[in-house]
Design a protein around this ligand. Structure first.
Ligand code: ZN
Length: 618
């Protein structure tokens, strides 16, 4: 974070407010009692000048930027003040670090937005709809609250020809003064629709204020009930959406965050994941037993009692340390009697025979190795995770020690378009990114980091920022071999990776090298003890796969093979804590040029590998 960014950040108000009792002054400014003279009035003013939040004591104690303020308040140098602020605004610092290193492999279309004026027809419609107002009142929401939060009404949804003219409440998301998304809730059933072509954002985000806490609920009506009772509350689209970095940035502007989702296992586990990602200044509120959400609590208690209940629950929440995500999901999985293969976020492989080998749940660690370099570990992991991002909406981060984002984009594009990677044109990259659309898959590379600890620090920041559910580290030995004691570095890295898996509920895919000696043993398959530093790597992982290919044979002197290895590949299960229904090894085709692996049985004699496999799957 640069000094100018600190001075102009809306977060500057948070820095002032942790040291002063701020109150809103006329307009956009703030006032406080001056800490440096015997002040009876609020003589200290904080106002926005040329985009920077400046302070000034009108009795003459001092004036300047937020950095000058901290320097004077803490009696430290300007340099030390910057360090103090950076620590307090760690979310912002992490943001710039992660954005410098990671980039998305996809490109999403710009979303449509509309003006508040264009939207106001919906608000007028609610005003004139007794059914709409009656429905909201049945949920305990007054028209006054609805109108303050810009709720609207539509008789029928023109984009949804199947919908009857039953009446829909509109819940808009507003950002920078424009409507960026609208959710509709039917007044006759629990049916939700979203306005097509528009984006997804927090509902009621404009309520967020640096001087007040913000509640995060799982539905617009829960947020409305809290607002009606004098709290500030926003709602996330729903429990199963991964909230975006932009949503997190907005939440982080509040003085602190209270996660107040639904009291069911889906809601609780979504909030738990968000808790781990948002980190400091975030608390987890649990509604009392027998109450599903804010709405139910408000219906049981009335007005003042409800307010008292919420204040008590917040006090309780603020005393609770962060729970381990994994222990909670484990508990839930056992309570719900969910079969491992049915878990919606278990690891999925696009190749059925591999998918059938292992069952790994969120919080798990998968190792992938190969008998030699160049056999396709990176490609195999990429194939799996592009599939999971597209089909299951998993949020993937890939950190590579060797491949630059351009090189990584090359194999992604070859795979997605099923084209020869050496023949790709500029337009192909754009086409591939467009084909990937809205998927959330970020790839990172930083040649300045050569040891494992700073790499894992950065990965952890990226997990928090992107809300990642899958992480690929390519590859662990690359970073550990530069340490003074590689074996020790390996062991402590494994422990750290395992605890990250559990803290954030991610599945970590770690690529690993075999021992050097094995590389000379042509044709010999790997044994689990052949992985470098195998003890730590294998014992912490839930599953371990290895890839083996023979050296390519020269069959036709006029067409020498492009790939040093044969296209036949064997995937072998070296270790699996929870096994699937399949065998422990399978034979695949690897088409290096197209950066693709495919099931052998799915390819007929005449076909090239990878020809139809991926279109079938996606
Ligand atoms: Zn003063």
């Amino acid at each position: 974070m640069t000094i100018d960014e600190i001075k102009s950040s809306s977060q500057a108000i948070k820095i002032y407010s942790t040291r002063l009792k701020l109150r809103k002054d006329n307009g956009s400014g703030y006032a406080a009692v001056c800490p440096w003279h015997n002040d009876k009035n609020p003589s200290l003013k904080i106002s926005l000048k040329d985009g920077k939040w400046l302070f000034q004591c009108f009795a003459g104690c001092g004036a300047g930027s937020v950095i000058d303020f901290v320097s004077k308040f803490c009696s430290v140098s300007v340099h030390e003040a910057v360090q103090i602020i950076e620590k307090e605004l760690s979310w912002q610092t992490e943001k710039s670090e992660v954005e410098k290193t990671f980039r998305s492999v996809a490109s999403s279309e710009p979303k449509k937005t509309i003006t508040l004026e264009q939207y106001s027809v919906c608000e007028t419609a609610l005003k004139n709809s007794p059914e709409g107002i009656k429905f909201l009142e049945s949920r305990g929401i007054t028209y006054e609250t609805a109108s303050r939060l810009h709720l609207g009404y539509r008789e029928r949804l023109d984009f949804d020809t199947a919908s009857e003219s039953t009446g829909w409440i509109a819940l808009p998301s507003i950002r920078d003064g424009r409507i960026v998304g609208i959710e509709y809730r039917s007044i006759v059933g629990k049916v939700f629709k979203r306005q097509p072509g528009m984006g997804t954002f927090l509902f009621n985000a404009t309520t967020i204020d640096p001087l007040d806490p913000v509640f995060v609920t799982e539905g617009g009506f829960d947020a409305a009930i809290l607002e009606q009772n004098g709290f500030r509350a926003v709602s996330i689209p729903n429990a199963s959406t991964n909230i975006t970095p932009e949503m997190k940035d907005v939440l982080k502007e509040a003085s602190f965050i209270i996660l107040a989702g639904d009291n069911d296992s889906v809601g609780q586990s979504a909030m738990m994941k968000l808790w781990a990602e948002l980190g400091e200044n975030t608390y987890f509120l649990k509604w009392p037993d027998g109450m599903k959400d804010a709405n139910e609590a408000a219906q049981k208690y009335k007005n003042e009692t409800f307010k008292g209940l919420v204040i008590g629950l917040v006090e309780h929440a603020r005393m609770q340390p962060m729970l381990n995500f994994f222990s909670l999901t484990e508990q839930m999985a056992s309570g719900d009697k969910l079969r491992l293969e049915d878990h919606p976020h278990r690891w999925h492989c696009p190749i059925p025979s591999v998918d059938n080998m292992i069952r790994v749940l969120p919080g798990g660690l998968i190792g992938i190795t190969a008998t030699n370099t160049g056999m396709g570990k990176t490609t195999f992991a990429m194939n799996c995770e592009i599939y999971e991002a597209r089909k299951y909406g998993e949020v993937v981060i890939n950190y590579s020690g060797e491949l630059t984002p351009d090189e990584y984009s090359n194999i992604v594009a070859a795979h997605v378009l099923q084209k020869d990677r050496t023949q790709l044109q500029m337009l192909d990259y754009k086409l591939a990114a467009k084909k990937l659309g809205d998927i959330r898959f970020y790839t990172g590379y930083n040649p300045d980091l050569s040891t494992i600890t700073p790499v894992l620090d950065l990965i952890e920041k990226a997990i928090k920022r992107f809300g990642a559910t899958r992480v690929i580290l390519d590859h662990i030995h690359y970073f550990c071999l530069n340490e003074n004691n590689p074996v020790e570095a390996m062991a402590s890295a494994q422990q750290r990776i395992k605890s990250m898996c559990q803290k954030y509920g991610v599945i970590f895919i770690e690529l690993a090298q075999p021992r050097k000696a094995v590389q000379n043993l042509k044709g010999k398959m790997l044994h689990v003890t052949d992985i470098k530093g195998s003890e730590a790597v294998v014992s912490t992982s839930d599953a371990f796969l290895s890839i083996h290919r023979e050296v390519a044979k020269l069959r036709d002197p006029n067409h020498p093979p492009k790939d040093p290895y044969d296209e036949d590949a064997i995937i072998q299960l070296l270790k699996g804590r929870s096994l699937g229904n399949g065998g422990s090894f399978t034979k695949l085709k690897c088409w290096g040029e197209r950066a693709s692996f495919a099931e052998l049985s799915s390819i007929s004699e005449s076909e090239q590998p990878g020809e139809k496999r991926f279109d079938e799957v996606l």
